[in-house]
Write a protein that binds this ligand. Sequence first.
Ligand code: BES
Ligand code: ZN
Ligand code: ZN
Length: 491
Amino acid sequence: MKIKVTDSPARLSQVATDVLAVAVAEGKLFTPRGSVLDRSLGGLLSRVLRKEEIKGKVGETRLVDTPSCPILLVGIGDPKKFDSEVARKIAARVVRTGDRLKACHVTIEDLPIPSKMTPEQLGKNLAEGAVLGQYAFHKYKSEKNPTRTVETLILHSSRKAGVAKGVQTGIIVAQATNLARDLINTPATDMTPRRMAEEARRIGRLPRLSVKIYDRRQIQRMGMGCYLAVASGSVEPPYFVHLVYRPAGKPRKKIALVGKGVTFDSGGLSLKTAQSMETMKDDMSGAAAMLGVMQALSVLRPPVEVHGISAITENMPSGSADKPGDIATSMNGKTVEILNTDAEGRLTLADALAYAQKQKPDLMIDVATLTGACVIALGELCSAIMGNHEKLIQTVIACGLEAGEKIWELPLIEEYKDDLKSPIADLKNIGGRWGGCINGGLFLQEFVNPKVPWAHIDIAGPSWTEKELDYSPRGGTGFGVRTLLNFLLSL
Ligand code: BES
Ligand code: ZN
Ligand code: ZN
């Protein structure tokens, strides 16, 4: 889909589009242009509104036929609450409705820009909503992409330059998210560690990026025993990925992003139930988000150096698999008693975080589908954040809010660390009965130098959706890409 930004033509008859979307808030037309159109239609739109055929709740729509082109009234809710997320939702709704109507060109009439939003932000959010809203995963359907018809979205705007600039960013961000979604949605037998590494290699060839990929022998040489223990049960070899984005000038900061990359989590010998395994191809969502971010950086080019790191592997049961009771030694020398092979994410991350630290970053953020307990605590729409640096945590939460991604802080409660003690190793990989999400964070903290600001985001809930959301179909959501890009663009 292409997105164009133009002035509103003086007359409705001059608008060349298959559908023209006009915003409605609290039963009234939300844009000054709406009233002009209404008058030229002899009050047709206000008659529809008077009959209360549409009240104006966010995303509510009503199609009105006119002699020129169909007008789609779209609710934007309370105008005081018109924010980035509402902009995304309505753009997605307009494009999806356009697809349903088999329209080729759809137009959104000039929207008043709230005082808290710049024209650039409005353009970015509308573009994100449109491109994310049109996403569908059709790779495995015999009928190719039957539902996408909208080719052009036209944004009418009196602030063309700003809006158009934002649109460019929004498209890049949304495409990065859709890349993450494709990687997650692809079945695990196809999206193997090797395939993920190939994707990293492709991204590493983009301008301003470079990539290093380590195979099993090199992983052994680096002493990543915890990671290797997880990989030992699989016939698919593990690959450790290290991408680097370098800005043109001297970087303002060096950031390490670490993503959990378990391409399939069967639980290993601590086997999951059939039902909880159904969606475990999504256990590489953290790595997918990292790859999406790195791809976007090549174009968005913020003045910071970014290291994208992932210890990619499957977690499978077999004769060569790691066994409950095994002890593995991580790259930083700590020994871990593996009592549950299903708590594998933290083992791969332990080595990935230890490696990330060697790059001497100013700060580190890891993103991981780490615990089912996180989904119990915060539900399917919200991720958890923990870390050793309150300012970093609050900044990431704020970037998430702007991105439409919910993040809630959980405390790393010192006392719970006792439960991670092992009588025969430095640590065990599971904690006490309760607070599983926090226990995961506490385990990772053991592999982080307290002097390096670090945040851990557990995305086990929102990385995947069973229900269709406003701008995501069932499947991988690409959660994290937008928050992380907002964060990197804010430094
Ligand atoms: N990949 C899972 C976590 C998960 C669960 C992600 C549900 C998405 C949805 C992780 O590797 C896991 O299995 N964690 C265990 C940890 C436990 C054994 C300490 C869990 O949450 O049960
Ligand atoms: Zn697991
Ligand atoms: Zn897992």
